[in-house]
Ligand binder design. Structure first.
Ligand SMILES: N[C@@H](CCC(=O)N[C@@H](CS)C(=O)NCC(=O)O)C(=O)O
Length: 236
């Protein structure tokens, strides 16, 4: 049975959604191939069958699963003979906690730091939608939100302290090999890497080295995408 993943697409075919990257990496971890269906922000009709308006959406035969966390749990339960995403015992609950923390703290902080840059890499058909929907959310022009990015640097640095501690004595957050917690946070860094010139990691940082390892996983699937690809035809 073919798996199908509906995934956000931007300018020049860039794939920049943090949540879609989690699922891409989880599928690769499980050794599962999927047909990837690119979906713009405004392609709501394409995913209407899922009963909601966001990607990622995974279709596996008759099953339709939306939300990256639900998809990870589905893959873990539907494909138990493949490598585990969470490990045994308490792994799933603790990973759920990490998922909520990244979604609730790290991603919103970074969004304020790169939201105007994202406008440059969304699909041209989505530019108006992205600006108006995000400006309605922030109650400010995107330029104003991002101009205050320096105010969030310290908060981000604080968030990354425990991540760095974990990576001081292991190659991955999950230990000697990557697990879903790695994919959760990697999705965030891949989103920033594909959307913005903002370099949040110094090359001597263990988190930078971890990101390099993550970019090399599964034949370097994530390394193929980067901001340069998205902006290559832009003159402004
Ligand atoms: N909690 C969801 C979040 C998914 C999400 O926000 N996806 C964004 C793309 S990164 C989206 O589809 N947004 C639609 C929109 O803004 O209209 C998950 O983990 O999958």
């Amino acid at each position: 049975m073919t798996l199908r993943l509906y995934e956000l697409v931007g300018a020049n075919d860039i794939r920049f959604s943090p949540y879609c990257w989690r699922v891409r990496m989880a599928l690769a971890h499980k050794g599962l191939a999927a047909e990837i269906v690119p979906c713009k922000f405004t392609d709501k009709a394409l995913i209407a069958f899922s009963g909601q308006t966001r990607v990622p959406v995974l279709v596996d035969g008759e099953r339709v699963i939306a939300d990256s966390w639900n998809i990870a749990c589905y893959l873990e339960d539907a494909y138990p003979d493949r490598p585990s995403l969470f490990g045994p015992g308490l792994g799933r609950r603790l990973t759920r906690f990490f998922n909520l923390w990244v979604d609730g703290e790290i991603n919103p902080t970074l969004l304020r730091m790169i939201v105007r840059d994202i406008l440059d890499i969304v699909h041209p058909d989505d530019r108006e939608y992205f600006r108006s929907s995000r400006e309605a959310r922030f109650g400010q022009p995107l330029e104003t939100v991002q101009s205050e990015r320096h105010l969030h640097m310290e908060r981000l640095a604080q968030f990354l302290i425990p991540v760095r501690t974990m990576l001081a004595d292991s190659s991955y957050l999950c230990g000697d090999s990557p697990g879903y917690a790695d994919y959760i946070l990697f999705g965030t860094f891949q989103w920033v890497r594909c959307s913005s010139e903002l370099e949040v990691l110094d090359s001597s940082d263990p988190i930078f080295e971890w990101r390099e390892r993550m970019l090399d996983l599964y034949g370097g699937v994530a390394r193929r995408y980067g901001r340069a690809m998205a902006i290559r035809d832009r003159s402004t």
